[in-house]
Design a protein around this ligand. Structure first.
Ligand SMILES: [Zn+2]
Length: 280
């Protein structure tokens, strides 16, 4: 659904006021307001976590341990005291999970975390004008982002994503890649680095829209990575892999100075495609 002209005008006016009523940014304010309204009219932001919180959010019930991925409970599954959801290099204040068993956590740390780190790390250094020229996002890195999305997803929505869990858990990353070849990771470039990394999840309000039912955002340094969470039940009318990527403003917890000035779409590529060349 498109926002109305009135909605955009009101949002643009609000931006102009927050800017101290300085003139000369009318077009930029209007464009940003439109992208912001496209998000708010169509999506509900379910979760948003700053990763510098001194009291990070706890997910899951510490007194009743059951894994959100394999669905096993104690005593069949073993649980460590807590699992940090977001890798340390993205911030010290990751939410902690009481609902990820040791086996699943260590499985993901071997199968998707290294690929995600390899993809993200080059973006953590430099400025908005010296971003790495990534040609694509490897499947394991994409799955690493999806795993983060699944980790912070409300349990009621997780039930709609059984196929997603299965896909992310499959260590044969290049299997069936053809089905996912239209997936992209949008990299929004922001001019001023975020004071802290953050993650957010947004859910489509109306299933009749041919847009992704669930979007995940990871903001860090000078970028926001935006992906859709594939294979959701609510996407089944569109073969589980919606293609349209809405042109929106990410739901950042920080101010307008951290709003994107550009975006790049990285296609998903096989893990083979990004592997370092080896000497023969
Ligand atoms: Zn598990």
């Amino acid at each position: 659904m498109r926002p109305t002209i009135d909605q955009i005008r009101t949002a643009a006016y609000g931006r102009w006021e927050r800017r101290g009523r300085v003139h000369g940014f009318d077009r930029a304010d209007w464009n940003a307001a439109e992208k912001q309204q496209i998000l708010f009219v169509n999506y509900r932001v379910l979760t948003a976590d700053r990763l510098d919180s001194e009291a990070p959010r706890a997910i899951g019930d510490p007194s009743r341990r059951r894994c959100r991925f394999c669905r096993q409970a104690t005593p069949r599954a073993e649980f460590s005291s807590r699992v940090r959801i977001i890798p340390d290099y993205l911030g010290p204040g990751s939410p902690v999970a009481f609902d990820q068993c040791q086996e699943c956590a260590s499985h993901f740390s071997e199968t998707v975390d290294p690929g995600l780190a390899q993809f993200v790390r080059p973006f953590l250094v430099g400025s908005s004008s010296t971003l790495p020229g990534a040609a694509g996002i490897a499947v394991d890195a994409y799955k690493g982002l999806v795993r983060l999305a699944l980790s912070v997803m409300p349990v009621s929505d997780l039930e709609d994503h059984e196929d997603t869990v299965e896909w992310v858990s499959n260590p044969d990353h290049d299997f069936d890649l053809n089905v996912f070849r239209d997936l992209t990771c949008t990299v929004h470039v922001v001019p001023a680095a975020f004071p802290a990394s953050w993650v957010a999840l947004a859910k489509l309000k109306d299933d009749r829209e041919a847009w992704p039912s669930m979007l995940f955002f990871l903001g860090t340094s000078h970028v926001v990575f935006q992906i859709l969470v594939p294979l959701g039940q609510r996407d089944s009318d569109h073969d589980g892999v919606p293609i349209t990527v809405p042109d929106i403003l990410p739901p950042s917890p920080f101010g307008p100075e951290h709003e994107p000035i550009a975006r790049v779409m990285l296609p998903i590529v096989s893990t083979e495609a990004v592997r370092e060349p080896t000497l023969r």
